[in-house]
Design a protein around this ligand. Structure first.
Ligand SMILES: [Zn+2]
Length: 169
């Protein structure tokens, strides 16, 4: 019985044994997000716990090595996945179909995870070569390099399909 471990940000980190997941939950380091049906684990002391299917860490963990080796390569498709395919301007709920350079290329901005966000065409064209603070715009979240998605077998991917986004390329 395996359990999907999510980072505090709800990004999938890895798959752990149910015993490891239970230890994390009981020690307060993780919370249960999804229960495995109505299965119950009984401890040696007689206490009963619902068996987890997905747990989430209470504090964010980052792995320097993981970041260096597994960050998805920047692409528009990958950026769309990171930004939920939505315009990242905080007041906007439009589909994000264009890539905006926060520091425009004309002002030395690079094409990178930290400098690019998805925007709807209207916001992108209104932004032009300005900076966000010059327009008084805020983003839904600050753009970060995603921690690489874990590699799951197809069976496991579908088991946790709500949590594990399709691989970005
Ligand atoms: Zn917009």
């Amino acid at each position: 019985m395996s359990v999907l471990l999510l980072n505090a940000s709800y990004e999938p980190l890895t798959v752990v044994s149910w015993k490891r997941a239970m230890t994390l939950v009981i020690s307060g380091r993780a919370e249960m997000v999804e229960q495995a049906g109505d299965r119950i684990i009984r401890s040696a002391g007689g206490a009963e716990f619902p068996l987890p299917h997905v747990v989430r860490l209470m504090t964010m963990v980052t792995f320097a090595g993981m970041r260096a080796h597994r960050s998805p390569r920047f692409s528009k498709a990958a950026l769309s996945a990171r930004d939920d395919r939505r315009c990242q301007v905080i007041t906007c709920d439009e589909r994000g179909s264009t890539v905006d350079h926060l520091v425009p290329r004309s002002r030395g901005g690079d094409t990178s995870w930290e400098n690019c966000v998805l925007m709807c065409p209207a916001h992108n064209s209104r932004k032009g070569d300005k900076l966000l603070h010059e327009l008084g715009w805020k983003l839904k979240r600050s753009p970060k390099t995603p921690v690489g998605a874990i590699v799951l077998t197809p069976a496991r991917s579908s088991e946790w399909s709500r949590w594990v986004a399709p691989a970005v390329s």
